[in-house]
Design a protein around this ligand. Structure first.
Ligand code: SF4
Length: 454
């Protein structure tokens, strides 16, 4: 059986404060956009006792009714889950917690491993019994089976797994932050007085009241204990392949990447988009939320007026990460309302951060036309998605990508628009500071060959 679990999530770790779980929950709340299907926290007290609470639902739902009061301890890790395989079951909600020869270990994972079939058969033939259908459990098994120190065990695990993983791990006395050698997913370190925290994005540090120290580097293991902070480098080295789609879509605009806010990268994408794909129109309409900064950039370069004609309901999930296609269409209708008078009788250029399957786009174009827009043009602040992502984002099947099945006139017809223009790969790279990125979903150049393509 082909076993292909996928997830891309938000993770938090806290060390050195009473009620670490409450701070962790605050961090998870700031990272809610990275996963809305389930959440969990494991806490550890001074006596090495572990407490665990997880469930399906949003952070505010999972930790209602005093759940946090029961998660006592001055160290904790937390996780927001977004699954893409329909397995929205409580067993797969993290952190995962096991009791093994080295004591209890909890782990929370953001990313997706790509050699899971090999890992699964190796572990199964060595007698491993799996309690979840997540790839994250393989890492926990590998750490548990090693006879070396914790850092040797994590190092061994890193030499065996392949793919995208940012991790927070806790034992009875240590908190560890780990990033895979290519650094596909983000992970940063912050401090509040003598308390250390890890978080997927800096927006979580802001809400937790923590000062940003630095990112965990690709291939780095950062150990935090009563003795302070210690860094070790994995023996596995590789070129950095940070996911550029984190900057286009996933991260919150107030998060930082290198020295700038995600908002500023998106603004720059919009400026470059106008230079590459100019459009004559009466009004610019952003698709909120992640399309908004690029629309402001497009407006500043084009001098076309911008109207926030789409009004977003903040009580529904991000649409393309819902597991069922039927659910996705319903959530689109629930998510955006249009102020029709702002587009009636006008040529509209709608700015979106991406057009993946096209379902949400078709619905928005229909809204604009129904409201009386005379022309609808789309400008997209990234290149066309033409390839699957194997590193943790939900567009695994090429057949579902509209830019694969339709181009040019055929694409305009499918979306019912007058024109469509995408930001080029070069333009996107330039807008993002020209750093070293993964762009495989646009160009098919996979930093690590996925198991299914071998
Ligand atoms: S393939 Fe695309 S979405 Fe996946 S890690 Fe690379 S840039 Fe990100």
């Amino acid at each position: 059986m082909n076993f292909y679990p996928k997830d891309s999530c938000g993770i938090v770790g806290v060390f050195g404060t009473p009620n670490a779980a409450k701070l962790t929950a605050l961090g998870l709340h700031a990272l809610q956009h990275r996963g809305e299907e389930g959440a969990g926290i494991v806490s550890v007290n001074d006596y090495g006792q572990f407490n665990h609470h997880k469930n399906i639902g949003l952070v505010s739902q999972v930790f209602a009714n005093g759940a946090l009061d029961r998660l006592i301890g001055n160290m904790s890790i937390g996780h927001n889950r977004y699954s893409t395989t329909g397995k929205s079951v409580i067993e797969n909600v993290q952190p995962l917690l096991i009791d093994c020869q080295r004591g209890k270990i909890a782990l929370a994972h953001n990313g997706n491993l790509i050699n899971i079939n090999a890992l699964r058969s190796e572990l199964a033939s060595a007698g491993a019994v799996f309690q979840t259908s997540t790839d994250s459990e393989f890492m926990l098994h590998l750490i548990a089976r090693s006879e070396g120190t914790l850092s040797e065990a994590i190092g061994e695990m890193m030499s065996k797994v392949s793919g995208a993983y940012s991790l927070v791990i806790c034992t009875k006395d240590e908190l560890v932050g780990v990033r895979d050698p290519r650094g596909f997913r983000p992970l940063c370190i912050g401090t509040i007085g003598g308390t250390f925290v890890f978080a997927s994005e800096t927006c979580a540090l802001d809400l937790m009241g923590a000062r940003f120290i630095r990112d965990v580097l690709p291939g780095e293991m950062v150990f935090i204990s009563k003795d302070g902070l210690r860094s070790e480098k994995s023996k596995v080295t590789a070129a950095c392949s940070f996911c550029i789609f984190e900057l286009v879509y996933f991260e919150r605009p107030n998060s930082k990447y290198i020295d700038n806010s995600v908002h500023s990268y998106r603004f720059e994408m919009g400026i470059t988009l106008f230079k590459e794909q100019p459009c004559e129109a009466d009004v610019i309409v952003p698709v909120p939320d992640s399309g908004t900064p690029a629309a402001f950039g497009f407006a500043s370069a084009s001098k076309i007026p911008l109207e926030m004609a789409f009004v977003r309901s903040h009580y529904t999930g991000r649409s393309f990460i819902q597991p069922e296609r039927g659910m996705r269409v319903d959530s689109v209708k629930m998510k955006l309302a249009l102020i029709g008078e702002l587009v009636k009788g006008k040529r509209v250029v709608m700015i979106d951060d991406s057009v993946v399957r096209g379902t949400t786009c078709i619905e928005r174009v229909k809204n604009l036309r129904d409201a009386g827009a005379t022309e609808v043009h789309i400008r997209v602040s990234c290149p066309p998605h033409k390839f699957a992502c194997h590193y943790g984002i939900d567009f695994p099947d090429r057949n579902e990508l509209i830019a694969v099945s339709h181009q040019g006139e055929s694409l305009c017809k499918a979306l019912n628009v007058d024109s469509i223009g995408y930001l080029s790969e070069e333009g996107l790279l330039k807008a993002c500071g020209g750093h070293s990125f993964c762009m495989a979903c646009f160009n098919g150049k996979y930093p690590i060959t996925p198991e299914c393509a071998k």
